[in-house]
Design a protein around this ligand. Structure first.
Ligand SMILES: C[S@@+](CC[C@H](N)C(=O)[O-])C[C@H]1O[C@@H](n2cnc3c(N)ncnc32)[C@H](O)[C@@H]1O
Length: 233
């Protein structure tokens, strides 16, 4: 396979397993070669300050990239999308792509906030699968379909407001075929990139903010350095 996939221009950082691009993901994805990635694992912005969904309907804001991703995915590949529970039905039904399952992530204390007398402590992870066959590495022992994230701040990342738990993202990308390529077109502080380094997958990350791209690169290079020293915690 061509590395990085044809169509990716001016990477912010490129080596033999990581390609980081500081750009609007739509501009990058429109140029990417069809069938060039083995998995997409992404966490689109939830309408936070300075993010591209501000003031827009959530589905309208993220659907163009999620729809483009379908061509970029190889056949028999999977896309995992983190979504707030308030948007889950819209995203599940609105993309026109086959939803396989929904997983839960329970995260008391992390980005938790009250609504109408309930404390919102969960997020959804939507699993879309392209093609009839699943081409995923099966993990044993089996993981329950509700990820319980009790300990907050384990990643120790400063400068990004919504860093996903590394162990959850690592579990998802570890199901990508070994040595395969994972795309995260809303890569933020680079959690998916770190997970790819730790699990031996190639990573393509796209992030619109230069500040966050810099944080992502720092984390990814630190993960690579730790791996070289024999640490992979
Ligand atoms: C929810 S955050 C992702 C956080 C990430 N999962 C992590 O663990 O750090 C979404 C990210 O998408 C980025 N973003 C928003 N619109 C974008 C666009 N059009 N292209 C690329 N990145 C974009 C935001 O700057 C933000 O960092």
């Amino acid at each position: 396979m061509h590395w990085p996939p044809k169509g990716i221009q001016n990477p912010y950082y490129l080596d033999d397993t990581v390609c980081l691009v500081n750009a609007d993901c739509l501009d990058v994805m429109r140029e990417m070669e069809a069938g060039s990635v083995d998995m997409i694992c992404t966490d689109p912005p939830y309408g936070m300050n300075r993010f591209a969904t501000d003031g827009k309907d959530y589905l309208e804001a993220v659907a163009p990239a999620l729809r483009l991703s379908w061509d970029i995915l190889k056949d028999c590949s999977s896309m995992f999308v983190f979504t707030s529970t308030g948007e889950v039905v819209k995203v599940a039904n609105g993309l026109g792509q086959p939803l396989k399952r929904m997983f839960w992530m329970y995260k008391p204390g992390d980005c938790t906030y009250p609504l109408g007398g309930w404390l919102l402590t969960s997020e959804a992870i939507l699993w879309f699968a392209k093609g009839d066959k699943l081409n995923l590495c099966e993990r044993k022992p089996y993981r329950h379909d509700c990820y319980i994230h009790k300990r907050v701040g384990l990643e120790g990342v400063e400068g990004h407001p919504c860093v996903k738990p590394l162990w959850v993202v690592s579990d998802l990308v570890s199901r990508c075929p070994e040595g395969g390529t994972v795309l995260d077109m809303y890569c933020g502080s680079g959690t998916t990139g770190v997970a790819c380094v730790k699990t031996g997958r190639r990573f393509i990350g796209v992030e619109i903010s230069e500040e966050y791209t810099r944080i992502a690169l720092k984390r990814i290079l630190e993960a690579k350095a730790q791996l070289q020293l024999g640490f992979n915690g």
